[in-house]
Design a protein around this ligand. Structure first.
Ligand SMILES: C[S@@+](CC[C@H](N)C(=O)[O-])C[C@H]1O[C@@H](n2cnc3c(N)ncnc32)[C@H](O)[C@@H]1O
Length: 160
């Protein structure tokens, strides 16, 4: 039996390659750097359901390559923090934020969200996960309890 293979490493390390781009376009119709099972229609619903505005401070759990977080920050003017356990995803996301001049508005951190999150109370007023699929002890999904604002609006894949 071979060692465990981290499949997300390939997608995030080769984010820029033509073949991965082509797969994303053929799968989703648009390229948000996705590795998820979420359709583009479902992704498009997130900002509306969270009522995002330029005053929103948003947490994305399991942000992967970071492209969707950057997309909503550009489109709605909100501040976004993206967390993912995968170091290559976070590296890619931070490179894109830097090259896109978005570092004042969007930040990405490597973080295991099954553990308590390192943010002060009321840091975020909305939280979502685009198929974060993040295992949480006893639940199998990221829990709202880990988000440091009990009043935050919750998008898909986050347990209230
Ligand atoms: C199906 S991918 C979705 C990624 C991205 N949201 C998208 O739309 O493409 C699931 C993501 O959850 C991340 N993840 C899994 N377990 C995690 C954990 N415990 N903490 C943080 N992120 C985790 C993975 O590294 C992966 O990037």
């Amino acid at each position: 039996m071979s060692d465990r293979v981290e499949l997300y490493d390939g997608a995030y390390e080769n984010y820029d390659s033509d073949v991965y781009r082509q797969i994303r376009i053929e799968t989703y119709g648009v390229d948000f750097g996705q590795t998820s099972w979420v359709t583009t229609e479902e992704s498009d619903e997130i900002p509306r359901s969270l009522a995002l505005t330029c005053d929103s401070s948003v947490l994305e759990i399991g942000c992967g390559s970071g492209v969707y977080a950057l997309h909503i920050a550009q489109k709605f003017g909100c501040h976004v923090t993206g967390l993912d356990i995968n170091a290559l995803g976070i590296r890619n996301a931070n490179q894109l934020a830097l090259s896109g001049g978005m570092v004042q508005q969007v930040r990405f951190e490597e973080c295991d969200v099954s553990k308590p999150l390192p943010f002060a109370d009321k840091t975020f007023d909305a939280v979502f996960s685009n198929d974060g699929g993040v295992p949480h002890p006893g639940k199998g999904r990221p829990s709202h309890r880990n988000v440091p604002n009990p009043e935050a609006r919750c998008g898909p894949d986050v347990i209230q």
